[in-house]
Ligand binder design. Structure first.
Ligand code: C2E
Ligand code: MG
Ligand code: MG
Ligand code: MG
Length: 286
C-alpha cells in the first residue's frame, strides 16, 4: 500500500550513499511510517521587507507532530533523516507541499515561498525535474519559489549540482545561501556560486546589543552582498533594535520572532490578502 511504496522510495533514494548508521532501516521505516501516517507538517515563517515592514513571503519549515511528544523540531529528526537518506523523501514532500500552499496565496500580490534543500537531495540526478514537476503540479510560477541551500552545502557541491541550480535559476527560481557566515566559503568561490539571496545567519543578529551604535559584521556582510549583487535576508530577528540596525545597513528583508513565529500557511495567505504590514519591525526606528 501507500506506506510500503513510500518505504521502498526511501530505500531507493537512500541506497546509493555511504551510510554510517547502525539501524538505518529502523530509523528510515519509523520516519517513513510517520510521514505516511500524516505526522509531518510544514509551517511557514513570515519574511518581511526591512524598510516598510511589508510581508514578502515565508520560509517552509518541517515539523514532526509526534503523538505523545508534540511538535518535534528539525534539530531532533534531521540528523537521523540525513544519516538514513530519509531527508530526500522529506525534502521532496516539503517542496511539493510548500508549492501547493504558495499557489493558494493571492496571485495579484507579490510573494515567495522558500524551501530548504539538503545536499543529498541536490545531488539527485532528477532534482531539476523534481522541482519543475512540483511547480507544474501546484500551478506555481517559478519566480515564486526560493530554494535555500546552506553555505557549507553549497561549498561542498559538485559542478553538476551547481549546474542544476543554474538551470533552475534560468526558469526564474531563486537560490538563497542559508546560514551565511557560518561556513568557510572563499570569496573567489562565493562570487561564482549561482545565488540571488544571502541569508545572514542568526548568530550575527544575536550578537547585536540595544546600545550598539554600529554593527561592523552586518556592515561587512551587507556591503559584500551589494558588491556581489545579492539581496540580503537576516534571520533570527527578535527585537526592534536589531531590525533598526539591519535596516540602517541596507539589509533588504528580515525574518524572526519579531515578524512572526512559524505557523499555518493559510495565515500567510490571509495576511498577504490584507494590508500585511508588520508594525513591530519599524518600532526600533531612531
Ligand atoms: P534554517 O533554515 O536556518 O531556519 C531558521 C530556523 O531559525 C528555524 O528553526 C526557525 O524556527 C528558527 N528561528 C526563526 N526565527 C527565530 C528567532 O527569532 N529566534 C530564534 N532563536 N530562532 C528563530 P527550525 O524550524 O527549528 O529549523 C532548523 C533548521 O532545520 C533550519 O534552519 C533548516 O536548516 C532545517 N530544516 C527545517 N525544515 C527543513 C526541511 O524541510 N528540509 C531540510 N533539508 N532542512 C530543514
Ligand atoms: Mg532555511
Ligand atoms: Mg537559515
Ligand atoms: Mg539558520
Amino acid at each position: 500500500g501507500h506506506a510500503e511504496s513510500a518505504l521502498l522510495e526511501a530505500r531507493r533514494v537512500g541506497g546509493n550513499r555511504t551510510v554510517h548508521y547502525e539501524d538505518t532501516a529502523g530509523v528510515t521505516s519509523q520516519l517513513t511510517a510517520a510521514l505516511t501516517a500524516g505526522e509531518f507538517a510544514v509551517v511557514y515563517q513570515p519574511i518581511v521587507d526591512a524598510e516598510y515592514g511589508r510581508l514578502t513571503g515565508a520560509e517552509a519549515l518541517a515539523r514532526w507532530i509526534r503523538p505523545g511528544f508534540g511538535s518535534v523540531p528539525p534539530s531532533e529528526f534531521i540528523p537521523d533523516a540525513e544519516r538514513s537518506g530519509f531527508i530526500r523523501v522529506l525534502d521532496r514532500w516539503v517542496l511539493r507541499t510548500a508549492c501547493r500552499t504558495a499557489a493558494s496565496w493571492p496571485s495579484d500580490v507579490p510573494s515567495k515561498v522558500t524551501v530548504n534543500v539538503s545536499g543529498q537531495e541536490l545531488d539527485q540526478p532528477d532534482y531539476y525535474e523534481q522541482v519543475v514537476t512540483a511547480l507544474e503540479d501546484a500551478g506555481l510560477p517559478a519566480d515564486r519559489l526560493v530554494l535555500e541551500v546552506t553555505e557549507s552545502t553549497l561549498d561542498a557541491e559538485s559542478a553538476a549540482a551547481l549546474e542544476v541550480l543554474r538551470r533552475l535559476r534560468g526558469l526564474g527560481v531563486r537560490i538563497a545561501i542559508d546560514d551565511f557566515g557560518t561556513g568557510y566559503s572563499s570569496l573567489s568561490r562565493l562570487h561564482r556560486l549561482p545565488a540571488d539571496i544571502l541569508k545572514i545567519d542568526r548568530s550575527f543578529v544575536a550578537e547585536l546589543r540595544p546600545t550598539d551604535q554600529e554593527a561592523p559584521v552586518i556592515a561587512a556582510i551587507t556591503a559584500l552582498a551589494r558588491t556581489l549583487g545579492l539581496r540580503t535576508v537576516a534571520e533570527g530577528v527578535e527585537e526592534p533594535y536589531q531590525a533598526a540596525l539591519l535596516r540602517r545597513y541596507g539589509c533588504d528583508e528580515i525574518q524572526g520572532w519579531l515578524c512572526g513565529r512559524p505557523g499555518d500557511g493559510d495565515l500567510v495567505g490571509a495576511a498577504l490578502a490584507g494590508p500585511h504590514v508588520v508594525a513591530q519591525v519599524l518600532a526600533g526606528n531612531r
